[in-house]
Structures are given as C-alpha cells and as structure tokens.
Design a protein around this ligand. Structure first.
Ligand code: MG
Length: 278
C-alpha cells in the first residue's frame, strides 16, 4: 500500500487492465515449464533418443525450460537421453521418488541427488511376485523380473533382460490378455498401502500409495514459483487411467495454468512441441 489507497493512481479498472494488456501483453512472452516423461515420449521404448528427435530437441532446448519425470532409475534414463538430460532444470527418477539436479557450470556431466524416498519391499509381496512369474503364460521369459530401485519396485513377468523383439512380442500379447492390468489389480487389492501401475511396454511399477509421478508437482512449484511461470505443460505416453503418467496428468488437469498431452511416441511429441512453439 502507498498510504493513499488505490484511488491515488486510479485503481485497477477494467479499462486500465485492457490498456495494460495492450501495452505489455503483446510483448510479454509466455513462460512455460515443460515436464516430459522419457520412455515412449522422448525416446522409443527402452532405446536411445533417435537422431531425428535429437536434432529437433537440441534446437528446442535453447528456447525452453523443462523437467524430466521417469519410472526408470538414473542410469537407464542417462542411457536413453544420452547427455540431453543435463539441459533440464531437474530430473525426477523412480516415479518422482528421487530428484537430481546438475550445475553444468560446475560439472557438465554430473547430477546431484537432491532427495530420495526409501521403500522396503514387503517379503510377502516378493513371494507373490515370484508366484506370478511361475504362473505367467507370457510367450517369452528372460531374466531380471524384479528390480528393487530402493524407492519403488519394477516388476515384469517377461523379465527386463528380454530382447527388443521379445519385448514387442510381450507387449502385443499383454494388450490382448491384459496380464499386467490383472496383476496390478491384485497387488492393489492385497496391499492396501501400495499402488501398482503399468509403465512402459513390459512392466509394472509398484510403490507406496501417493508416491507416484504426481508428487513432483509440489516440488516443481516450490522451485519454479520464484520465477512465476505462466503455464506448466506435461507430455507423457501413459496418461490414461492405470498408466504411470496418469496420477500427474490427473492432478495437472485439475490445476490452473496446466495442460497435459498424451503422446503416441517421439514423432508425435515433436508435433505437439512444434504446435506449441510461439
Ligand atoms: Mg513412458
């Protein structure tokens, strides 16, 4: 307050607002913060970013700010992003249960762990998952079915060591028989405190209820509110119910100044970003 009340400068009238927008609005660039899922959104499933997307993205990052949020752990994300992750404002791994930031001026190829939520997998859940592996009629079985990421568990009846071809074969089979959906339902029914969601092509992410990708939004607002961004935009390939992008998409769809997009893959993401560019 200036002690003279708003009358002193005429107050904030609709006319003043119109004028203000005409004078300043046209010149002011909307500040947008982008949030990307990685696997299936910026890269093909479990593969490195393509050359074509990398060329596009290298130009795009010069004008835009973004965060990454993935179900994977940091080493897997780094394999896929191949250095591009260091251009982000921050990296949320393990569905937001770990947060990493880097200071390129100090260490161009190193990210510091800012926080981590720990989760100990219950023994009876491990027994249940073991049983599901034995019972599964998946067309292929490779190794590495249960991956404990300390803050969540990734489970796959086909096994993470399967080849890309086997992965595609499982994905096609699972689309027909909904094995993952069924197992996720059983986990949610048997363990009240846990949530289980479908991630990527072959696996299920399991973590304590609420410790999903939606948890990143609060952290992100805490960091970014200093700069008052006009809009938050999230793009993911699993934003539908049951997918690991759904909790974050659902939260953002209910929040002002947020938009979410479902993508079919990196080519589609490129189109979305092109359409959104000023
Ligand atoms: Mg994905």
């Amino acid at each position: 307050m200036n002690g003279k009340g708003d009358n002193w400068r005429g107050g904030w009238t609709p006319q003043y607002a119109d004028n203000h927008n005409r004078i300043f609005g046209s010149k002011k660039k909307m500040t947008k913060i982008f949030i990307f899922d990685v696997d299936g959104t910026l890269t093909p499933s479990r593969q490195k970013m393509t050359k074509e997307f990398r060329e596009f993205f290298s130009k795009w990052i010069k004008k835009n700010s973004f965060y990454l949020v993935t179900g994977s752990d940091l080493p897997k994300l780094q394999e896929q992003m191949d250095g591009m992750e260091f251009h982000s404002n921050g990296i949320f791994t393990c569905c937001g249960n770990q947060f990493w930031q880097s200071d390129p001026a100090v260490h161009p190829k190193h990210a510091d762990l800012i926080y981590e939520n720990k989760f100990k997998v219950p023994n009876n859940l491990l027994t249940f998952l073991g049983q599901k592996i034995r019972e599964s009629e998946t067309p292929v079985k490779a190794n590495n079915h249960i991956e404990d990421r300390d803050s969540m568990v990734n489970f796959s009846t086909v096994g993470r060591n399967c080849t890309l071809k086997e992965r595609a074969k499982y994905f096609e089979w699972d689309n027909k028989v909904s094995e993952r959906k069924q197992i996720a339902e059983e986990i949610k029914a048997g363990w009240n405190e846990l949530d289980a969601v479908i991630g990527g092509q072959i696996s299920i992410d399991i973590y304590p209820k609420g410790m999903d990708k939606s948890q990143i939004f609060k952290h992100l607002e805490d960091i970014e509110n200093v700069y008052c961004p006009d809009e938050y935009i999230f793009i993911g390939d699993r934003t539908q119910e049951g997918g690991n992008d759904y909790p974050l998409a659902k939260l953002m769809n209910k929040t002002d100044n947020c938009s979410t997009f479902q993508t079919d893959g990196w080519e589609h993401t490129m189109q979305i970003l092109e359409n959104l560019s000023d």
